[in-house]
Design a protein around this ligand. Structure first.
Ligand code: CU
Length: 469
């Protein structure tokens, strides 16, 4: 079992095999998680922090050797390969029976001890204080994003935090050229692909603090489920702005996963979205529309003559309870009408947009090094300032109107040189372009009535020479 990020073996392997080809911008973000196919999980008590100053008891799964063995909200992200025979051994440190369901996988064979106390209604259960009280085995089916959660007293146990995500990677998965699905099997040769550069997970959930107060006070038996009233909304177990902080931080020991998303212009971002909520969340991916490739671990995209192509682009993802989605998103700066990458100031002579063509003789769309959109080359905001954009009749804003503070460098983006507004003393060449990604249900952008917070995070389009992660 290993933590994927910063794994010394994979870093070594990357160094051996890719020493000649890795450019700074080609490092790929991968989801944090535990690599299978065998998992040793426990269910136990933890406490989460909320940005409104609160602390709430949770019941979470923990994984041996991951996140300091602590119960976490949400549970550990389990990562397996298609065809793996997956085994999960569950220990119970809680005061009531717990279990696990794996929707989308099957058949799942399970065993438990001691019977009949461990014979649950939906699946085998681990009784309190029973090491390896329940065991589950299944063959990982089709690639995709799935959830797992408790199948015991679910209206309480899922609210308390006994859920997580299972990711099934396609056969032949190559972390240096990753795809979400098996493109060679499904859509090869038709111009369609599920390839991506950076991968992120958004597991959405919500909380009614009363349930958690009652769990701590031992009065859950008196809770009326019909009074459920959530006031906290989470991405990967954190409320905004804690979503923007890094992974595995000591001040949030039971909430190890952040959700700050980072990319470069022209890179492809795969976001896996799953909802452990009771409510639908209309989720916005600002900056561009996304392409929804798959739903519930089933590819929607289809090549001609291989069934209807149900993939679609949209701006709002309707994230339904219990559903999972894979969407890709990219940002290029194309068609803005000016060079937002600010590369023109570096001198045109070494610029690959100049005079280079692709194989069919047409001009380059994007500079392969700077990722600038070539038709906008040399259209600096400085040059266009105070001018009317032909045909649009728009007047570009003054530099001083575009931003505050010292990060401004002559374009509002990515580090070109230019005159600073009055009073500014320096350049920050590593500034990025920020887009908010958030639930558009405005009541979900709060932490217990305090705005802003809740189900929000940021997408950062970084300069191309900034490493991700
Ligand atoms: Cu929005």
């Amino acid at each position: 079992m290993k933590i994927l990020k910063n794994n010394p073996l994979s870093l070594l392997a990357a160094g051996i095999f890719c020493a000649y080809t890795i450019l700074p911008g080609t490092v790929k973000a991968q989801i944090q998680g535990v690599q299978g196919p065998t998992f040793s999980l426990s269910a136990g008590i933890g406490y989460i922090d909320t940005p409104d100053g609160g602390s709430l008891q949770i019941w979470g799964y923990s994984s041996s050797g991951h996140n300091n063995n602590l119960p976490q909200y949400p549970g550990p992200t389990l990562i397996v390969n298609q065809g793996d025979i997956v085994t999960v051994n569950l220990t119970n440190n809680l005061a009531e029976n717990v279990s696990m369901l794996f929707p989308g996988q099957g058949p799942v064979s399970s065993s438990c001890t001691p019977a009949p106390a461990c014979d649950g209604d939906l699946t085998k259960e681990a009784v309190p204080n029973q090491t390896n009280g329940a065991n589950y085995t299944f063959t990982a089916g089709q690639p995709g994003t799935y959830m797992y959660y408790s199948g015991t007293n679910m209206q309480v146990q899922m609210e308390m935090g006994l859920f997580g995500v299972l990711i099934v990677r396609p056969g032949g998965f190559d972390s240096n050229a990753p795809t979400a699905y098996d493109d060679a099997l499904n859509i090869s040769g038709n111009g369609l692909t599920t390839a991506y550069d950076h991968e992120y997970l958004f597991l959405l959930s919500e909380m009614d603090p009363e349930v958690h107060y009652r769990a701590e006070a031992g009065t859950l038996a008196q809770w009326d489920n019909s009074t459920y009233h959530p006031v906290l909304w989470f991405i990967n177990g954190r409320n905004g702005p804690d979503t923007l902080s890094g992974d595995f931080l000591p001040w949030m020991p039971h909430q190890p996963y952040g959700s700050l998303v980072r990319t470069h212009a022209t890179d492809t971002v795969l976001t896996r979205v799953a909802s452990a909520s009771r409510n639908m969340h209309p989720f916005h991916f600002h900056g561009n529309n996304f392409d929804q490739l798959a739903r519930d671990g089933r590819l929607l995209q289809s090549a001609p003559d291989q069934g209807p192509d149900l993939a679609m682009g949209d701006y709002t993802l309707q994230a339904l309870p219990g559903a999972t989605y894979e969407v890709t998103w990219s940002w290029t700066g194309k068609d803005l009408g000016w060079d937002i990458l600010g590369t023109a100031a570096d001198g045109a002579s070494d610029h690959l947009c100049n005079g280079n063509t692709v194989s069919d003789g047409t001009a380059l769309d994007f500079d392969p090094v700077t990722h600038e959109y070539c038709p906008d080359h040399n259209k600096t905001i400085s040059g266009l300032r105070n001018a009317l954009i032909p045909g649009l009749g728009l007047k570009l804003p003054e530099k001083q109107d575009l931003t505050f503070g010292g990060f401004y460098s002559g374009t509002p983006f990515l580090g070109g040189n230019g005159a600073l507004p009055p009073g500014e003393g320096g350049l920050n060449p590593t500034s990025g372009l920020f887009f908010m990604w958030h639930s558009h249900a405005e009541k979900e952008l709060i932490n217990n009535d305090i705005f802003p917070g809740g189900m929000l995070t940021m997408m950062v389009v970084e300069p191309y020479d900034v490493l991700i992660p």
